[in-house]
Design a binder for this molecule. Structure first.
Ligand SMILES: NC(=O)c1ccc[n+]([C@@H]2O[C@H](COP(=O)([O-])OP(=O)(O)OC[C@H]3O[C@@H](n4cnc5c(N)ncnc54)[C@H](OP(=O)(O)O)[C@@H]3O)[C@@H](O)[C@H]2O)c1
Length: 363
């Protein structure tokens, strides 16, 4: 049982330390060396960077994709007080569940885990008394705004709109798609941001994290990415969380929750520099992925897992130049319409359907 930063350092491992979230988390931890001890780092294929990180941060051990059961080893290591789950895609699900079963708190960046199996993950977290603290800036914003969730009527999730907000999405290149106007992120989430599927995955994530019906989760386009999300209380009062578009803050918040440290803060937010904040409704005709995600979320059962698997495979196909950006939606929509939804699926059923969708999708 962790007794707080005053008593001892918080012991942490990072799954996905070589990625966008992982490297930013290490920048945070570099500033908070007196508060944290790193138990393990896990990366995928970037062995050079993983080695450099190991030399610099001196974790007790590292694992890479090549290590069989490496992620399971870290997530069942009860030395950890908290694990940052910063892999992209379905890889995050099993290790997250292992950590939960071992009573280890999770700082969750990997939204796909909750999209695939949100009910099971949240249920097991409750049973094991495990905190799941969101890293996604929108969910972190909501987490920071909420005092008493039972008094909240609506969640308002903001979206930058991605690189094609006011441009055509026809025949765009991979390079154009990866040029996100506000955030520098891994490739998968950057493509998802361009199609607004990222926001679709986020509403499903929010549904599970905060227990809200989908008609109480609103998406608003906010190109400046200053308001990271908001909540509306029953009496109409709206509380928003603001800040510069940097993942350092939500990462640090999740790792140090419920305490706050100066840590990575470099400058104060200036309202006058931010100057103007624009908001608009999302164009669901141009970005149908968002409507598809709402539909999959409302359908529930295995539908979100199918949405996630089909989208993930289609995104990788797009990145490899095999399909166009707008085909991602078409492929995902087809996978969902040909799927017979199972309600209240077991974990095995979810994993089987996930595998089946990925095999069938381009066959
Ligand atoms: N980036 C952001 O700003 C941001 C914001 C909000 C939420 N998120 C979410 O956070 C998650 C991570 O996003 P990201 O942008 O950081 O992705 P990323 O840059 O692609 O990083 C993914 C990380 O996972 C590692 N990895 C992949 N497969 C692995 C495996 N089998 N075993 C161990 N490590 C493996 C990669 O290792 P190698 O690189 O060494 O192969 C890399 O360290 C996603 O779910 C995303 O939606 C990201």
């Amino acid at each position: 049982m962790y007794n707080g930063f005053m008593a001892c350092k918080r012991k942490i491992s990072i799954i996905g330390s070589t990625g966008s979230i992982g490297t930013q988390a290490l920048e945070v931890l570099e500033k908070l060396q007196d508060k944290f001890e790193i138990i393990a780092l896990a990366g995928g294929d970037n062995i050079v960077l993983l080695k450099q990180q190991a030399q610099k941060f001196k974790p007790r051990y590292v694992v890479s994709r090549a290590d069989n059961n490496g992620l399971e080893r870290i997530c069942s290591d009860k030395e950890n007080d908290i694990i940052l789950m910063a892999v992209s895609g379905k890889v995050g699900l099993k290790p997250t569940l292992t950590a939960i079963e071992n009573g280890i708190d999770i700082a969750l960046a990997n939204k796909e885990t909750l999209v695939m199996a949100g009910e099971i993950v949240m249920q097991r977290a409750r049973e094991n008394n495990v905190n799941i603290i969101p890293v996604d800036s929108e969910h972190s914003a909501i987490h920071q705004c909420v005092k008493d969730i039972s008094q909240v009527d609506k969640l308002i999730i903001t979206a930058s709109g991605g690189p094609f907000l006011h441009k055509s999405t026809e025949n765009v290149t991979v390079e154009q798609t990866l040029l996100h106007p506000r955030w520098k992120m891994g490739k998968k989430i950057t493509v998802d941001s361009a199609t607004l599927m990222n926001k679709g995955l986020e509403i499903i994530e929010a549904h599970h994290l905060f227990g809200f019906d989908y008609d109480k989760i609103e998406v608003v386009i906010h190109p400046q990415s200053i308001v990271h999300s908001a909540i509306e209380y029953k009496d109409g009062s709206v509380i928003a969380q603001l800040g510069l578009p940097s993942m350092h803050i939500p990462i640090q918040y999740a790792l140090s929750y419920p305490e706050r440290f100066e840590g990575i803060k470099s400058k104060s937010f200036s309202f006058t520099e931010a100057a103007r904040l624009d908001f608009e409704k999302p164009d669901l005709a141009k970005f149908p992925a968002l409507a598809l995600a709402y539909e999959a979320g409302k359908t529930g059962g295995t539908a979100p897992a199918v949405l996630n698997a089909a989208n993930e495979e289609a995104v990788y196909a797009f990145l490899e130049g095999k399909i166009k950006l707008n085909d991602i939606y078409k492929i995902t929509e087809m996978a969902l319409s040909s799927h017979n939804v199972i309600q209240n699926p077991t974990l095995d059923e979810i994993l089987a359907i996930d595998a089946e969708v990925r095999i069938k999708i381009f066959s």
